[in-house]
Design a protein around this ligand. Structure first.
Ligand SMILES: NC(=O)c1ccc[n+]([C@@H]2O[C@H](COP(=O)([O-])OP(=O)(O)OC[C@H]3O[C@@H](n4cnc5c(N)ncnc54)[C@H](OP(=O)(O)O)[C@@H]3O)[C@@H](O)[C@H]2O)c1
Length: 272
């Protein structure tokens, strides 16, 4: 296997909170040399793996790779500080929700700017990272993909308008899945199981089912059919979820609401 970090050169990571910290933790686990990384964190709070932490952007030349993991509201001060650094990055990757690729390209000196949307399971290497950057130099796109691969499934999105939907499905997806787990447990509790036991079984059931779905050549629908023999109890339960497309309708409304909110936040970020 080739080193996924080859070709990224020196890496400056601006912001390393919940999501940035999860990504960095996984990168270090996957073999990223901490000596190549500088983190900017105004509080100077410790970050994983003994990488260098600076409280402001103090580099005297633009590093090859810049990763932006700040809050979208911090974009302007960070862009201003980076504009004072001489030179151009080869690759800039931003995980800022709602901040469009054109904004990144306009505000940062980088040969290629790629917009990314990771989700929290990247901490385990089981995340989803959606990427967008049509104008990317093929070599830079390759590097961005390679950087994200240790974090989980990497999916390039062809149309940036769909990034808001991807953000709803994969970015917010863990939140929705946690609700499903809790609902499964609550339903078991309502039918008489001890709450703690139902909670443990719900988490383990979703974990195992997800792993099986990921490992199987069959579709989830085929897997569902395999555990639901006609006239059996699983079939009876599935009929409830499927009645009038109840679950699909609920999740369509759920993703639509999150997508709408992503569009609003993107519009606000454009106006900022
Ligand atoms: N959480 C998610 O599930 C998720 C998913 C996808 C994308 N995102 C995106 O990820 C980004 C970060 O989210 P988060 O939840 O990780 O936020 P967070 O925990 O608040 O982390 C923000 C980081 O930015 C640093 N920072 C603040 N002001 C700065 C400045 N002026 N210059 C440099 N660094 C600065 C903070 O450093 P100090 O701690 O030192 O102040 C902190 O490390 C957001 O843009 C969000 O849209 C999040």
């Amino acid at each position: 296997l080739t080193n996924p970090f080859a070709g990224l050169g020196r890496i400056l990571m601006v912001g390393c909170g919940n999501m940035g910290g999860a990504m960095l933790g996984r990168w270090l686990q996957a073999g990223l040399d901490p000596a190549r990384v500088t983190i900017v964190s105004p509080s100077g709070r410790p970050v994983p793996g003994g990488v260098r932490v600076a409280t402001s952007i103090d580099v005297d030349a633009m590093p090859d790779t810049v990763v932006l993991a700040i809050k979208p509201q911090q974009l302007t001060p960070v862009a201003e500080a980076l504009a004072r650094v001489p030179g151009e990055a080869r690759l800039l990757v931003s995980i800022l929700a709602g901040v469009e690729q054109a904004t990144l390209a306009a505000r940062f000196a980088a040969r290629t700017a790629v917009r990314a949307m990771p989700n929290l399971p990247v901490a385990l290497g089981k995340g989803v990272v959606a990427l967008y950057g049509t104008a990317a130099e093929p070599e830079d796109a390759e590097r961005a993909g390679a950087l994200m691969r240790p974090l989980g499934l990497v999916e390039w999105v062809a149309d940036e308008a769909l990034f808001d939907v991807v953000t709803a499905l994969a970015g917010s997806g863990p939140g929705f899945t946690y609700r499903f787990i809790d609902a499964l447990a609550a339903a078991g509790t309502a039918l008489g199981l001890p709450a703690d036991q139902a909670a443990r079984m719900a988490v383990a059931t979703v974990e195992g089912s997800g792993l099986l779905a990921a490992a199987s050549a069959g579709s989830p629908a085929e897997l569902a059919d395999r555990v639901a023999s006609p006239g059996g109890s699983t079939r009876e339960g599935l009929n409830m979820l499927d009645r009038d497309g109840a679950l699909v309708a609920l999740l369509t409304d759920t993703l639509a609401a999150a997508t709408r909110r992503n569009r609003e936040m993107a519009a606000a970020a454009r106006g900022a």
